[in-house]
Design a protein around this ligand. Sequence first.
Ligand SMILES: [Cu+2]
Length: 390
Amino acid sequence: MAVSIKRFGALSTLSLSVAWAENASAEMALNFPKPAAGVAQEIYDIHMLTSTIATVLLVIIFSIVGYSLVHHRKSRGYEADQHFHETWFGKWAWVIVPVLVLGIDLTIASSAEKTLEKVWDVPKGEDLVDVKVTGHQWWWEFDYLDHTVDIDGTGTPKTVKVESRYVPKDKAGDLYLRDVDNHLVLPVGKKVRFLHTSADVNHAFWVPALAVKKDAIPGYVTETWVDLNREGTFRGQCAELCGTWHSRMPIVVDVVSQDKFASWMDEQKKVMLAAAAESSMDKDWTMEELMEKGQANYNTKCASCHQITGKGLPPAFPPLAGSKITTGPIQDHLNVVLNGRPGTAMVSWAMLSDLEIASIVTYERNAWGNDTGDVVQPRDIKAARSLAVK
Ligand SMILES: [Cu+2]
């Protein structure tokens, strides 16, 4: 008996020291990720305060329990004290212990309350970076609301936009379901306000290192904010079950220096201008040019559902190879792409440029053995838009 008690003691000491060592090394990824923003740091500190208090209490209580088990055991002939409750301590322990516990609770609650107020108090002002975050089935759209380009000279500027889509397994390797093609780039040392919404069903934007998790609800705009204080790449994901490919909406945030951010932003604007100029070029595109562009556009925007092979994933996502729509009248094909099929995952793609749609439609009508020989030009899309009935 004495031996097994000693063993029990050794075992519990061992497991306690293991727990302690694990706590001490965040590198082992047992703790929360290292925060990258001021609010996130405060939340992290509350977590550490709570864990420390809990660990100290655990040690004290288990020491008392262990001591009692060993010293007051029956085999030693220990007899319970029948008059403990009549002593001063026996009476007042019922008051002292709850007061102590309440004191600890209030210590945690008051620091949590201060932090919560800060989380909710979204800053307003000029030095903010405003990012509209829109959840889609199944990708993220980020609009930098205060960075715009007047691409067609009409005075209605377009916001700089990042479209983030997951990277397929063969290309992503170890980062499968953790990586996206285009990262959300943000400047360090700035306050960023996120405006959350959704284009279809509920999603949730969640990046643990920024401590932001917020539902994206269609028809509503909600806000969160962070004060970025460290450069780095931080990963998160959609945290609201949003359909078949909920797992395919990772989020990757690159926090970079302000200089880098400025030059990245310039680059984005140049790309937008170049794309707009190309799209408005008054020329007939050849089949080869359209097929090449169409394949690239199809693979990023449509293949997540209809698949690179065009075979789809029936019954959820219909094949486009040999479909009546992609081999039938062009107008029907354009109708589906421009208007979508209401009530299904096939949304309207009217936000794409004429050239993008022309290239995708040409590609769909000639790839995978569809071989219709049809070439659809940007001007056909322009005409279809003015015809399109909602
Ligand atoms: Cu989602």
